[in-house]
Design a protein around this ligand. Structure first.
Ligand code: AMP
Length: 182
């Protein structure tokens, strides 16, 4: 499939909800993509593509949409999956980090033994906006010694600068399609 065809297919499968959750935000809803068997497969295949045949030990996904995409990517790469969760959800010894949201901060957590030092990890989520969520996840992974090889997203909102923020941490970013604005 050419990149123009792929772009068109993925774009058509994503639903945009204007002014959700608040005025001025265009919410890029991927539930329609997940529910479309061909589009879901294409998105996962395309996320997997650069890593096929490479040694990737773990895929880390952010709650909650990162679990769906990251789980599928991990399965296809024969890698383990690491959930990065909101505070208070994980039962075992964990590491945590504060990360910035649009208003204020929150905390995310990961089990401290989820990745062994030096393991090659890719991070997966549906969308990168300001990059605050992904920045927290990268820092958490690095805290326990992971080698974060890349951060991969279906959607980039380049006007919000998130990809640049992650690349400044020394982690390459790969996204499949972009939408202008917020
Ligand atoms: P950020 O930390 O600003 O990069 O925001 C990324 C997280 O918020 C991702 O987990 C997205 O699922 C969600 N998100 C942010 N903006 C949008 C948007 N316009 N449409 C859908 N999800 C969004």
């Amino acid at each position: 499939m050419t990149s123009a065809t792929l772009d068109k297919a993925l774009r058509a499968a994503i639903r945009t909800i204007p002014d959700y959750p608040k005025p001025g935000i265009q919410f890029r809803d991927i539930t329609t993509l997940l529910g479309d068997a061909r589009a879901f497969r294409r998105a996962v295949d395309e996320l997997v593509h650069p890593w096929a045949g490479q040694r990737i030990e773990k895929v880390a996904g952010m709650e909650a949409r990162g679990f769906i995409l990251g789980g599928a990517v991990a399965h296809q790469l024969s890698a383990g999956f690491v959930p990065i969760r909101k505070k208070g959800k994980l039962p075992h010894a964990k590491v945590s980090i504060a990360y910035s949201l649009e208003y204020g901060v929150d905390e995310m957590e990961m089990h401290e033994d989820a990745v062994a030092p030096g393991e090659r990890v890719i991070l997966v989520d549906d969308l990168i906006a300001t990059g605050g969520t992904a920045e927290g996840a990268v820092k958490l992974l690095k805290k326990i010694g992971a080698d974060v090889v890349a951060a991969c997203f279906v959607i980039d909102l380049p006007d919000l600068g998130g990809a640049r923020k992650i690349e400044a941490l020394g982690v390459p970013v790969r996204t499949l399609i972009t939408f202008g604005g917020h």
